[in-house]
Ligand binder design. Sequence first.
Ligand code: ADP
Length: 582
Amino acid sequence: MEARWRSSAKPVQAPKTTKTVSFEEVSGKASSSEALPLSLHLTNAVFFSLFFSVVYFLLSRWREKIRTSTPLHLVNLSEIVAIFAFIASFVYLLGFFGIDFVQSLILRQSTDLWNSEDEEENEALLRKEDARKIPCGQALDCSVTSAPIISAQKVVDEKPVKLTTEEDEEIIKAIVAGTTPSYSLESKLGDCKRAASIRREALGRITGKSLSGLPLDGFDYESILGQCCEMPIGYVQIPVGIAGPLLLNGKEYSVPMATTEGCLVASTNRGCKAIHLSGGASSVLLKDGMTRAPVVRFGTAKRAVDLKFYLEDPENFETLAVVFNRSSRFARLQGIKCVIAGKNLYLRFTCSTGDAMGMNMVSKGVQNVLDFLQTDFPDMDVIGISGNLCSDKKPAAVNWIEGRGKSVVCEAIIKGDVVRKVLKTSVESLVELNMLKNLTGSAMAGALGGFNAHASNIVSAVYIATGQDPAQNIESSHCITMMEAVNEGNDLHISVTMPSIEVGTVGGGTQLASQSACLNLLGVKGASQESPGANSRRLATIVAGAVLAGELSLMSALAAGQLVKSHMKYNRSSKDVSKTSS
Ligand code: ADP
């Protein structure tokens, strides 16, 4: 039956007129007779009249024969003609109205299937009826099985008109009524784009809000299934700008930045120019280890300490590493740091994760070790696989001090001339501003890893463009920016030290088409063929290099008193917003 949901949902042909077409007109909900041309309406009327008049005629003849005791099979010419007329009109009327009736029966059946609350029964039925054999997202080609709603989209008078098939209409109604869960659409339909389209239409009806600015078309919904986003209804567009070339470790990079903040790309671009004219920057990776810290509880603090000593004993490390590393061919345990809080123990595992950012990988490894420890420590109660000492997506000193993901330091010597001509300021002003703003000012603010001007601006923009987890911007943006006058005060030494850059070039959002294209631009797409992890490590150094450029430029703008002026130029639209807002 599900096959019917999918395959028979043919696009509805939109009328080739320029008049605005209503939803009802095109949805296929109209009865067949409504769809008939005028002449057929007349034919219908003729056959209706004929049918009822011959029935009347034959019945009265029948009554007459019974009264006169005439055998019924003896018929005259007028009766023969009447019988033929009866058969002809009956067949005609059955053709038009009988089919509608039969169709409505079939449709009701399928709706019942859709609405059935017994999921298992549905699944069994669907399997029986040649349901989707290919799991959505694995081998289905959405571009071939295009969603009926969208494939039927026409532009009439420059306005998009959505056309739904009767089947889609039934599903939308079931979602609006709450009898079909919206989340089940992908698995039931086996067509992710159609699912998104139906969900979106249902949402519009439930909320009564327009989603017209949110695009639906032009996105591969199969690619996000089970990996990036659930219950999609479209996608948000973020412009991608390019800063560069960034000359880093002798190589040039064009850095993609996805942002809606005016000035940001322009400013980073100016920083790249200053770095390039000064001979480039160099970036060094200090550490590469993703962390996960479960919390376990014992009956006594002493037992928690027993486990801590066991885990920190170098003699046990090899065994634990073997158990941990089974999680992936790329996961390699580097160490376990234990922190006690009463009878609770936090175990901060650190491991290398190849080219993946590594959260999944490290979590799997940690689970292996916890299962293994349960034999020797049966009284260990695992409270949570993550106990926040990790620490993921929250400001925490542990990441600032110990590092998480990739720890990178990046530096450049900017020539005095470049500082004056490109950055429009002086080495002296920059050094003073850095000391009073990024160091002293941040100290006075009680900053945690925030000893910089705007590292998170660059980190977020590059993360979004390259498919990183933007929520990890929190610890990834930890950065201390240092500036010092060198070469007898003529040039500027600038550095950024970033202990927690969490990036990957495989997994998560990195495999999506747009993000993958941005990684490709940087030459770090996918898994490194030379050595596992080389791509993600290089990406981390690029992030630090871009931050260096951003810091240099913004600090210069501040030192030169240009910030407000440039923001008024690039970050404020001259459009009269009051006229555009609805
Ligand atoms: P994360 O751990 O960052 O959440 P995923 O688990 O989504 O990442 O993706 C990592 C997957 O990619 C793993 O299944 C791993 O086996 C595979 N993989 C392929 N090549 C590499 C590589 N060079 N480095 C790391 N993982 C890789």
